[in-house]
Write a protein that binds this ligand. Sequence first.
Ligand code: FEO
Ligand code: CA
Ligand code: CA
Ligand code: CA
Length: 598
Amino acid sequence: HGSKGKAARGLRFTPVAPNTTDAVTVPEGYGQNVVIRWGEPILRGAPAFDPDRQTAAAQAGQFGYNCDFLALLPLPGERGRQLLVANHEYTDEVLMFKGYDPANPTREQAEIAWAAHGLGVVVVEEERRTGKLTAVPRHHLNRRVTATTEFKVTGPAAGSSLLKTSADPTGKKVLGTLNNCAGGETPWGTTLHGEENFNQYFANASRTTDARYGIGTGASERKWERFDKRFDVAQEPNEVHRFGYIVELDPYDPTSTPRKRTALGRFKHEGATIRLTDDGRPVAYTGDDERFDYMYKFVGSKRMRHGNSRAAREHNLTLLDEGTLYVAKLTGDSPAIEIDGTGKLPSDGEFDGSGTWIPLATATAKGAVSHVPGMTAEEVYVFTRLAGDKVGATKMDRPEDIQPSPHTGKVYVALTNNTNRGVGSNAKVDEANPRNANKHGHVLELTERRNRADATSFAWSLFLVAGDPKDPATYFAGYPKDKVSQISCPDNVAFDPHGNLWISTDGAQLGSHDGLFGVATKGDRRGELKQFLTVPKGAETCGPLVQDRRVLVAVQHPGEITGATVENPASVWPDGPGKIVRPSVVSVWRKDGEDIGV
Ligand code: FEO
Ligand code: CA
Ligand code: CA
Ligand code: CA
């Protein structure tokens, strides 16, 4: 096993052994390069990165901090070039600024952090003979979107009284996007970006709706409320209602105003990925990354138009504003059983069952209708978690990235972990979340009824129950466990051109660094999981993309270890001793120029 030629096509590489090396480790015969680092100038006029002379203006023209989701889009007419779109989820001030005092941040530090958040668009160029990618600075399509860029709010909650603030009496214009975690590409050439843990930026909340979203009652961690009162819920109560959405960006138009799509609900969106219905309407799958929170899908009512005409592009930019938002309820088909030290499977041999998509609200051109008793449509869209609570949606173990397979239509959900499952008065195990104090997570496979994206019912089964394969409480789709890599805390998922699922991890609990894994989803190798790379100390592996000739990952928060600072770093990746640690995008390719894993 593990030898070249025997694994599933696309997974024929020697797996990387679990390790704690402060580096990106790749299989034998593979090369790598840093595509772009935090702080590298991408816009015209932006200065070279100087960690000792950071300014907000410089950062606004440079690649942002903590790259997460990545997309690579075609760039017709520019040979060998693609458009890289990245999320910049959050800032690690202690690792960015020398002598940072968390109790007394300066205005300048706050403004640099605002500019380091958001999205980045940068053209990249491939080397002829390998999968190496390099950034093209100053390209006219390069762009930064930050925590102060103007956004348009669209869909059923746009203009709602719940979204009006003293700075924006229209309730339709928001400054910035925050905590963009994962995302997705649309078939109409735009990108989607989840606003995830937006709660951490807001201070002094007191309402029960805020509590359901984890918004703090005291000062915020970064204390931005000292520099802009919109982050103080006591002074500007509705600003917090303007974050927690899926945002859509047209990366081909650097002058376009990005949108916040309220029809997809407000929660800690990990990301959103699209599958089209048979008649061409978009279905978006989106998870709420919180312990005991829910999985959602949005089914659009308008068909995508093909072609690149202005009319088609404008039409497609309205697709995510009209349709129905659903939340998932899952039922097991065996008596609920806890996967435990004995590794016993349910009586029918599988963790599986059926499920329904429960409608929460429908948005049309004429207005929106709530399907949740006691809540208005606007309330459903702004307090979506409460709507899920009311209809009895299934409490999951942190639904992170969700990805429909472009090959089979089956949908894969990364459930990263939930150490509180079954603890105290918390929800007990069920067949879909079968492990108490679940610290390694699992991956669920969902099959829509008749394989129709807009179905309102589905079948599901657990594809992986993560952990050390020697642990009986793990499961790899029935594949022999002595032939797979260990894996913990699945987070982002992607498909390669062969239909294998690639899984990156965040917070692996097996004593080795996080990494990236490929696993076959079909055939007699289904469940064969192999580790492709590991990331440096303290880092999470994000945004995996697998093209024929390259694997792209975002190395997020390298060196993020409690107590680490600029002066006393835990990691010196990627530039070595004496250099500041920098979150970066890495490309991995085969040195002989062949395709990945064939
Ligand atoms: Fe930002 Fe759910 O990880
Ligand atoms: Ca994530
Ligand atoms: Ca079962
Ligand atoms: Ca994560």
